[in-house]
Ligand binder design. Structure first.
Ligand SMILES: C[S@@+](CC[C@H](N)C(=O)[O-])C[C@H]1O[C@@H](n2cnc3c(N)ncnc32)[C@H](O)[C@@H]1O
Length: 209
């Protein structure tokens, strides 16, 4: 699993590598563009929304929303990713912080219409994903939605099949989402829906009950 320094090194050619993998429909970025598009289109249904992006990277998703007038806050632990995103979104509030330390204190009293995270939360263990998502709930405005797009499978069996077909590009230290498992961990606390977008990627729609 990449650490902070690894993401700093990847940052300058991140967009290009993702694009090549995506265009070849390869693991792990098959479906990347579609996942970001679905999330973009959902947020574009409203104007001037407050959006929090967790693990914004080079800002592929949030830069487009920023250009359309949405108010962007973001968290990422990579200094280089932050520099690249800041150059594209000078007025966004971008915070360098590690999600393993939870939500930065300065955001605890804030409310967001959308909290998004694409291809970042698989760095948390399944248990930590659930507690992190629960920690995000108080930050949602009324009718707010958490949208998570990530490497994800309907079932553990589908994940295992994908692993066997992609042993060379599979990172055994990452924790990919399994929809059935995450849903059953969250169902008592939130409304959660899941759309499988590609063979290895999907989107979670999570809101307060
Ligand atoms: C694969 S990139 C995804 C970037 C962007 N969201 C996208 O969809 O292209 C993962 C991002 O999450 C950030 N990240 C990974 N682990 C993190 C952590 N523990 N705390 C904060 N950011 C983290 C990385 O620095 C990187 O920018």
């Amino acid at each position: 699993m990449l650490q902070k320094d690894g993401f700093d090194l990847w940052a300058d050619n991140y967009d290009q590598t993702v694009q090549i993998i995506e265009e070849n429909n390869k693991f792990p970025f098959a479906g990347y563009k579609q996942i970001l598009n679905v999330i973009y289109n959902e947020i574009m249904q409203n104007k001037n929304s407050k959006v929090l992006d967790i693990g914004f990277g080079t800002g592929v998703l949030t830069t487009e929303l920023y250009k359309k007038g949405h108010i962007i806050t973001g968290i990422d632990f990579s200094a280089r990713m932050l520099e690249i995103a800041k150059a594209k979104m000078p007025n966004a509030r971008l915070i360098q912080s590690d999600i393993n330390d939870g939500i930065p204190l300065e955001l605890k009293e804030e409310k967001f219409d959308y909290i998004v995270s694409t291809y970042a939360l698989h760095h948390l263990s399944d248990e930590d994903k659930v507690s992190f998502i629960l920690e995000l709930l108080p930050l949602l405005a009324e009718k707010g939605i958490i949208l998570i797009g990530d490497i994800s499978f309907d079932s553990r069996e589908a994940l295992e099949n994908c692993r066997l077909e992609n042993v060379d590009s599979w990172d055994p230290d990452e924790f990919y989402f399994v929809a059935k498992e995450i849903k059953s961990d969250l169902v008592d606390r939130v409304i959660v829906n899941y759309n499988q977008i590609s063979y290895c990627g999907g989107i979670y729609w999570i809101s307060n009950k």
